[in-house]
Write a new protein. Structure first.
Length: 237
């Protein structure tokens, strides 16, 4: 009877937390929930419990250096804004497609929404209403209203495609005039209408020496010379 009462007292003390029987040791091969590690998760290294790391799809390491080395060698995914659409792809693939990478879908969507909105674009001295992304590709600048765009464009030196002696350059209209060139709104028009100047020579025709185009000299049945001195020396009078 006394032994029975003693056993009951021990059980009651353990249940009440008054008697400590030593640390609880997990069974062999069983992991403890509280065990922590350096976790490579979504290309970031974080110190957390091993169970949480595995649950989130990460991988555990004993040191931060090991975790970082592993993370760095993984292909990096990002949220890519490409052609006005947000997709999660490899960062290298995003760059190849001409897109832009973001850490979160929210950032990528915000950027994409900005590119796909219409704006008043000042490009090449002209105001047009186009998509903001297209405006940026053309090297223009976007504005909310046509008035703002026109004011900005009007304050800029007007640029054009300038034909100077058979060669096409892009420059301000003022510079083109100073250099004796002709302005065109597009490179195509400039190339189409830009002809090299006629070849000049010193012409001896009818006993006279004068500088003119080689074709004109031949029409006058004259003879062309590269320099005035040669013409004077060889021109019969």
């Amino acid at each position: 009877m006394n032994r029975f009462l003693k056993s009951c007292a021990i059980i009651s003390a353990v249940a009440a937390g008054m008697l400590w029987l030593g640390p609880v040791v997990p069974a062999q091969g069983q992991d403890t929930i509280q065990q922590a590690c350096w976790c490579c998760l979504d290309h970031n290294v974080t110190y957390m419990s091993a169970s949480e790391c595995r649950f989130k799809g990460g991988r555990c390491f004993t040191t931060a250096e090991e975790a970082k080395k592993y993370c760095d060698q993984l292909p990096r995914l990002c949220w890519c804004c490409v052609d006005g659409t947000v997709v999660q792809i490899l960062a290298d693939e995003c760059a190849k497609k001409g897109g832009r990478c973001f850490a979160t879908a929210e950032e990528a969507k915000k950027y994409c929404d900005e590119l796909t909105r219409l704006c008043w674009c000042c490009v090449d001295g002209t105001v047009v209403q186009i998509l903001a992304g297209e405006c940026a590709k053309k090297g223009g600048r976007c504005f909310a209203t046509a008035e703002e765009a026109k004011k900005y464009c009007g304050d800029l030196p007007r640029r054009c495609w300038c034909c100077i002696k058979g060669v096409v350059y892009e420059m301000t209209a003022a510079d083109c005039r100073l250099r004796g060139g002709s302005c065109f709104p597009t490179a195509e028009e400039a190339k189409k209408n830009c002809e090299p100047p006629p070849e000049l020579c010193w012409c001896c025709a009818g006993g006279e020496i004068f500088q003119t185009a080689a074709a004109v000299c031949l029409e006058k049945k004259g003879q062309c010379f590269a320099t005035q001195e040669e013409a004077e020396k060889n021109c019969p009078k």
